[in-house]
Design a protein around this ligand. Structure first.
Ligand code: BTN
Length: 332
């Protein structure tokens, strides 16, 4: 831990009372000037720290920023988030994570940004990533698995996000295959999207970057008009601002839990939980792949995460990738 992190840690353990400069010097084994410098540093980052003569310092509030100091504080995961880098602004956390993974990042490393200038969505689309309004982050994984199973990891991720949001907000959520999270109790629009990218040989995955975008505190009027029918946010659905730091911590904890379940027990338990949130199966769907568009009834997902669709001519088709639209029922 850096001196700044240690200082912050002490402040957080004592938010009710002032800690004297002398006590801080003693506990951290540094000079008063060093403490004062770090206090100034934290203030510049947006922390409100009160200083009272004869009493000392007290942490009053923390900024709405996804600093590693906050995210890693009592995170208590085994793998996910063991390393974390934070950017105020970046082109795309996935792009950064891919470079970092190629250069040896540890499994579980996370890249998070307050804003993405050119956030990437699936099927070559963009992803609206306004500053401080959402969670835009990527997780680097190195599973010993074959490339065909990587879509399961994306399903692990969406289950983790759904669990975390459900526990924090109580919102009714639905997963549209393979990994779109929709606000099914409200606007039925999209709250979260996931873009996984991998580097692999024919039979072996080198690394996977799981890029997750959650629309947290975006207001309706902040959404570009062409996206207003498509996306929603936790704020729009619940009417209340959501603590992004706590939400990211909870998602990382759930991801850590579900990823270890997947590694140790395989896809089945993940599939069960995915099905709990599922709004695709049993419905009439249009499946858009890079090559074609087909319509039918979504029958099931198999033990690899493949979507099975019964076409109108009775033929059963399976899809490992693609995009589904749910025809009717108000879904876009
Ligand atoms: C989708 O189209 O549904 C997938 C959206 C994925 C967005 C996230 S935000 C963090 C990460 N970095 C990106 O550029 N994209 C993903």
């Amino acid at each position: 831990m850096t001196l700044k992190q240690k200082l912050l840690y002490l402040f957080k353990l004592n938010t009710e009372e002032y800690i004297s400069g002398e006590q801080l010097c003693r506990q951290l084994g540094v000079s008063r000037t060093a403490i004062w410098k770090q206090v100034e540093n934290l203030r510049q980052m947006g922390y409100i720290i009160e200083a009272r003569s004869n009493a000392g310092y007290r942490l009053v509030s923390i900024p709405d920023c996804l600093y590693p100091e906050e995210i890693l504080f009592e995170l208590k995961t085994n793998l996910i988030g063991k390393e974390l880098v934070h950017f105020n602004s970046i082109e795309s956390t996935n792009n950064y994570a891919k470079d970092w993974a190629r250069n040896g990042a540890a499994e579980g490393a996370v890249v998070v940004a307050e804003e993405q200038r050119t956030g990437k969505g699936r099927m070559g689309r963009g992803w609206f990533s306004p500053r401080s309004k959402g969670l835009w982050f990527s997780v680097i994984l190195r599973p010993l698995t074959s490339p065909v199973d990587v879509s399961q990891i994306t399903m692990v991720a969406v289950v983790a996000v759904a669990e975390a949001i459900k526990k924090m907000t109580g919102l009714a959520l639905g997963i549209k295959w393979p990994n779109d999270l929709l606000a099914v109790g409200g606007s039925k629009r999209k709250l979260c999207g996931i873009l996984s990218e991998m580097d692999a040989d024919m039979d072996r995955v080198k690394h996977v970057v799981v890029g997750i975008g959650v629309n947290v505190n975006i207001l309706y009027q902040e959404v570009p008009s062409d996206l207003r029918d498509i996306l929603t946010s936790l704020l729009m659905e619940t009417g209340a601002k959501v603590d992004r730091i706590k939400l990211l911590q909870n998602i990382l904890r759930e991801f850590d839990y579900w990823y270890s379940i997947w590694l140790n027990q395989g896809f089945r338990p993940v599939k069960e939980q995915w099905k709990y949130f599922n709004i695709t199966l049993g419905r009439r769907v249009k499946v858009l792949t890079l090559r074609e568009i087909v319509e039918g009834i979504a029958e099931d997902i198999d033990d690899r995460g493949t979507l099975l669709v019964k076409l109108d001519n009775g033929q059963l088709r399976s899809f490992i990738a693609g995009e589904v639209s749910l025809t009717g029922n108000g879904y876009t």
